[in-house]
Design a protein around this ligand. Sequence first.
Ligand SMILES: Nc1nc2c(c(=O)[nH]1)N[C@H]1C(S)=C(S)[C@@H](COP(=O)(O)O)O[C@H]1N2
Ligand SMILES: [Mo]
Length: 375
Amino acid sequence: MGAVVKMRSWIRNLVLLGLVLSMIFSLIACTEETEVTGKTAAANDGQEILITGLQDSDYKITVGELKKLPVVTKKAQSTRANGETVKIKATGCLLEDVLQQKGKSVKDYSTIRFTARDAYSIAVPPDVLKNRDIILAYQIDNKVLDAENEPLRVVIPGERAMYWVRMLDRIDLETGAKQTAIKKVVFLETAVKALPQEDYQYFDSNDKAIKTKDLVETYAGGDKPKNIFIKAGDGLYKNETPANFLGAYIKISGQEAPKFLAPHLPQGMHVRDLLFINYGETSFLAYSQGQKVLSLQTLEGQSGIALSDLIKQTGLSRAAKYKFNSLNAESLELAVNELGSGLIYQNDQGTLVFACPGATDKSLENLLSMECMNP
Ligand SMILES: Nc1nc2c(c(=O)[nH]1)N[C@H]1C(S)=C(S)[C@@H](COP(=O)(O)O)O[C@H]1N2
Ligand SMILES: [Mo]
């Protein structure tokens, strides 16, 4: 009798041990499985996104809450600046549906700025807001987002991948991010001659750079714009926050110069081949790019940028009179009807010259700026 009890408890212990072991094994198997296939579907549900400009106070929404909104899935494809293709299938909700919950629409805003956990940030302009779907994706290619993408990735099918912000952290809804009227064009090549130039290590090259802060403090008066507009020679047009802009550099020599960059800004935010930077009422124009993409005209065998296109592209205001200033504070005033054949060119020494033939020939070396005169 005693032996049977003993034996039974022995068997019971063995069975228990077996159970425990199999539980441990299945647990291990489970963890192994999640490591192979990625995180569980709900892994990022508790993560929060901050939205400003939607309500009086900051508004926070979790990934889990976004999942309760209607689900959209769309394929999108775009080329990176380096020519590679980014191709993804995005599953998520529409930003429009998030705003609709609070009685707002994407179209109510002039700019929406997305900022990521790696400090990447980009402003989406009004024409994109009006015409495109903005997806807040919590799944890409049917998978939960990985560390490079979580908690959300913005995807705007049909637009370039620079808008597809990974690791989304906050959304700033802005109204009135409008470009103010330009009153003065400052020529970058001449302007940098009077600024401190630093060595800037750029991959294998030792280039020169100026601080954007020095540039605007020297030439843009006391302007404090809320947005800084940047245009590149290839047509890229974007705007930057004062915080991002004023902590950066313009590399003025070497590859892709002039180039907006900073060691602390993700490379996707760097802008190569700058055409102009509009900072408040001042437009900083790079002659080197202007010469490639603006209309040219020829004057007495010299080819240079035509003033009419320069005015049009930078948005320089109309005025009855314009004043041209040189680096050494010489100046020249011209009535608008005298400008027609005016030309800005680079002489053999690489110096910018303004020339305008008239009754009396007029020209100015080391051209620094062109400004509107008040009547
Ligand atoms: N958070 C974050 N998102 C980002 C970037 C970045 O640097 N950080 N780069 C952008 C740019 S410039 C491009 S072209 C695409 C590149 O997509 P990929 O990172 O999936 O290759 O991501 C965009 N989203
Ligand atoms: Mo990019």
